[in-house]
Ligand binder design. Sequence first.
Ligand code: COI
Length: 363
Amino acid sequence: MTEFVVLKNLQPQPELVRENIKKDPGFGKYFTDHMAHIRYTIDDGWQAHEVKPYGPLVLDPAAAVFHYAQEIFEGLKAYRHADGSVWTFRPERNAARINRSAERLALPQLSEEDFINSLKALVSLDQAWVPTPESEADESSLYLRPFMIATERFLGVRASHEVDYYVIASPAGPYFAGGIKPLSIWLSTTLKRAGAGGTGFAKCGGNYASSLVPTNEAAAKGCQQVLFTDAEENKYIDELGGMNLMLVTKDGKLLTPGLSDTILDGVTRRSLLDLAPQLGLEPVERKIEVEEWREGAASGEIVEAFACGTAAVITPISKLVSEDFTIDHGETAGEKTMELRKTLLDIQYGRAEDTNNWLVRLA
Ligand code: COI
């Protein structure tokens, strides 16, 4: 196993500042004292594994990432259990996904061992930053953001010969400011996030960049998220701006779009599909037309909708708003939505037995 060399931050945040941040961290605003780093060159492969003080990167203005967006990332969380230990959830799935993203973006493969050890090295050093949940309703955690960027100084359009991988960590509360208050979603029918053969399934910055204008459009309509439809026929449910979408039917199906070139293989998505049978739900992955959702909601066949992702956990959806119609599930979170949410969070926070061995100890 390659050891991470530790270069300690000699000016960490004072304890009082850190404890205050953990009380109300919001999402993605504050960062811990260190970051993990591994450097890749085409000649030497991955090398120089280190954890060093968190701080700005010095990059050449001609670094490929700035020009051709050769960049990928991951998102996972570290959860503090009641006995003080710190765990993460199914990190081998993130390790596999970063390599699928890397393959699509012509970035180098990173071993599962390096990926998981980078999390362990960082979190064991910065474990004081992992919030302790005060109640079952408190979903605070330490959000982990591994990312890989092309850093060769070269303006020709080809895969970079130099790459840097980092992990940064950020104490996190709910992703949406309203917590689990049901969301309004805007249906974007003109602007697309991804198409067949593109990068939609990869976790690359470009997918998120292309969701920003539609997200602004959504905000202008009073909505907190955007839903994309497919680029070919403009009728199938694709993804939300930064998370997957699920529907619950009256007859007990948990419906979500099947994996394709444009759908991110979300770890929360997969885990909910895996957990569905124990809550009496049948998981169904297939193409779903927006029209099916609209008719199903009107007839009472589709009874709940929610967004899911590592950052979003499970956030209920109250409305889908479009130029022509509104689907309204009401302002009360759905019963199955909340059951799924509790089942997942209880495993992640160590309140329920981890019968699937999904948890990996970080500290
Ligand atoms: C995550 O859920 O971890 C993501 O990367 C999505 C992003 C919208 C924060």
